[in-house]
Ligand binder design. Structure first.
Ligand SMILES: Nc1ncnc2c1ncn2[C@@H]1O[C@H](COP(=O)(O)OP(=O)(O)OP(=O)(O)O)[C@@H](O)[C@H]1O
Ligand SMILES: [Mg+2]
Length: 494
């Protein structure tokens, strides 16, 4: 669905400042809908270059939280004929509220309507249309207080003091009227508090009757309320009681001709939200800790293997132990990255960089060897990242171990180059490893399970990653060496 700004840009000739004003209004007008128990539409003049010149475009729509809606359809983006809305036309050309009635498709009887000019820089830029549902009998004291508040806020809309210029006091997550309201008069004394607001005060440990007293008298210091009273600045503050209770105070200063005549306080009990946040944070810390421990344990295992290798007299077993040690270290690399940023996904690039350094360091070779990494795979799910890291480590190790030892490889002055190319082809991660060494034996076959390294690679790529692997010598006309390509699907069906 198009945003208000997108709609306004395409369908109206409002300028950026005006659109911004309307966007801020739409971010905070649920308050108006709730206080007036009414559906509201925001209408602006359609672009004058269009054929339907004087018609209106609906830029926004909001329903009351505390009444049934009169509008079952979503009217945002629709064109409304000016003939059907003479009161909107009248309000568009005036600076005061126009009241009357309108016939709606869904309703048999005409519906009371208020057309409130939205003024900005001494100009009416849009009209706020309030469609009032049937009242259930005479208004109760609360309902009357709500309606009075609504009228005061409408006055602010035509005075261009509502919405506020401060953008951070609107948007989803701000308290709604039903969450609880305290109305404070111009002197800072509580005029009334709704039952939900009283409950919230109780949760803060304040049980005294509120009416006629200031919040400070009641033992509650909310700095933003004082600021709102003094300077007319809206703000949000959270008041905590211990670690268990948190109440959000949303301060809406009420202005009349730019003088502060009171403050509307919307209260919301956010204790549960805060508790949930804390739990999530704790869980994240726990997962981090687990990865950290796994990494430490793997490092311990790898040191033990290294120690054992050093004590072993037999070259073969020493070699085997050192290989095992290296394999474990490549798994530890993954957990090292995970312990820094835990989650279902890891930044694979960081793992690859560590692996490349590790392989370069761990292999003794007669020739200088350089590993170059091109491209990256972005973030990968951990269940792909771990096996893929092991596969890449094995293939890089093979290249530095086997490609440059035989004669026929690069001469001593040459540098052995191993290139790792990483790329995404749609939903497939592709890793290509190429060296400029001796190439594979004539009777080499990937399918004959001989040595451990490639058996591990084959098994991980095919069985665990459901991918494919090909491995070939590069003809010497094309530079020689060995080329390996691993393709791993990243889609859900894995
Ligand atoms: N990049 C390469 N260049 C040349 N020969 C290679 C290359 N990669 C693999 N080979 C050949 O394939 C053989 C099998 O590799 P594999 O990794 O399975 O075993 P390995 O490296 O000898 O032992 P390990 O089990 O310790 O890895 C190697 O012994 C080597 O002859
Ligand atoms: Mg190997």
């Amino acid at each position: 669905m198009a945003t208000l700004a997108e709609l306004a840009a395409v369908r109206t000739s409002l300028n950026a400042g005006e659109v911004d004003h309307l966007s801020r209004l739409a971010a905070s007008w649920s308050l108006l809908a709730d206080l007036s128990f009414s559906d509201m539409l925001l209408m602006a003049q359609g672009d004058t270059e269009q054929a339907w010149t004087k018609d209106f475009v609906v830029l926004g729509q909001v329903r009351p939280n505390n009444r049934a809606t009169l509008l079952s359809d979503d009217l945002v983006g629709t064109t409304q004929r000016s003939q059907h809305w003479p009161l909107v036309t009248e309000a568009m050309n005036s600076d005061h509220i126009v009241e009357g009635e309108v016939l709606l498709d869904d309703e048999d009887a005409p519906v009371p309507v208020w057309c409130i000019p939205v003024r900005y820089n001494q100009r009416t830029i849009a009209v706020l249309v309030r469609l009032q549902g049937p009242l259930r009998g005479p208004a109760s004291a609360y309902e009357q207080a709500y309606l009075d508040l609504f009228t005061r806020l409408c006055g602010m809309v035509t005075d261009s003091t509502f919405p506020y210029r401060e953008a951070d006091v609107a948007g989803p997550g701000i308290p709604r009227v039903g969450d609880g309201i305290i109305l404070i008069d111009g002197r800072g004394l509580v005029e009334f508090a709704t039952p939900n607001a009283t409950n919230a005060m109780h949760r803060l440990g304040l049980y005294a009757a509120t009416e006629g007293r200031s919040l400070r008298d009641l033992g509650l210091r909310v700095r933003v309320v004082e600021r709102a009273l003094e300077y007319g600045i809206p703000a949000i503050e959270e008041v905590d009681r211990g670690s268990e209770v948190a109440i959000m105070f949303h301060c809406v200063p009420l202005l009349d001709q730019r003088h502060v005549t009171g403050v509307l306080l919307l209260l919301r009990d956010v204790s549960d939200l805060r508790r949930l946040n804390r739990m999530v944070l704790n869980k994240e810390a726990a997962i981090k800790e687990v990865h950290h421990r796994v990494k430490n344990n793997l490092q311990t295992i790898s040191s033990l293997l290294r120690l054992q290798a050093r004590r072993s007299d037999d070259t073969h077993s020493r070699q085997a132990l050192l290989e095992a040690e290296r394999r474990i270290r490549s798994i530890a690399v993954v957990h090292e990255v995970l312990s820094r940023e835990p989650g279902e996904e890891v930044v694979f690039d960081e793992i690859v960089q560590s692996l490349a350094v590790m392989v370069e360091d761990s292999v003794l070779s007669l020739h200088p060897i350089e590993i170059l990494v091109n491209g990256d795979l972005g973030t990968l799910p951990t269940d792909i990242a771990t096996p893929l890291a092991i596969v890449i480590a094995e293939l890089l190790t093979n290249a530095v171990e086997h490609a440059f030892t035989e004669f026929g490889g690069p001469s001593n002055e040459d540098v052995g180059i191993v290139v790792l190319n990483l790329s995404l082809e749609g939903d497939v991660a592709v890793a290509e490893i190429r060296d400029n060494g001796v190439g594979l034996d004539a009777n080499f076959s990937l399918e004959i399970p001989t040595s451990l390294g490639l058996s591990i690679v084959r098994d991980l790529v095919r069985a665990q990653l459901h991918g494919t692997i090909e491995m070939n010598s590069v003809p010497s006309a094309q530079g020689g060496g060995t080329f390996v390509r691993v393709r791993v699907p990243l889609t859900e069906e894995r």
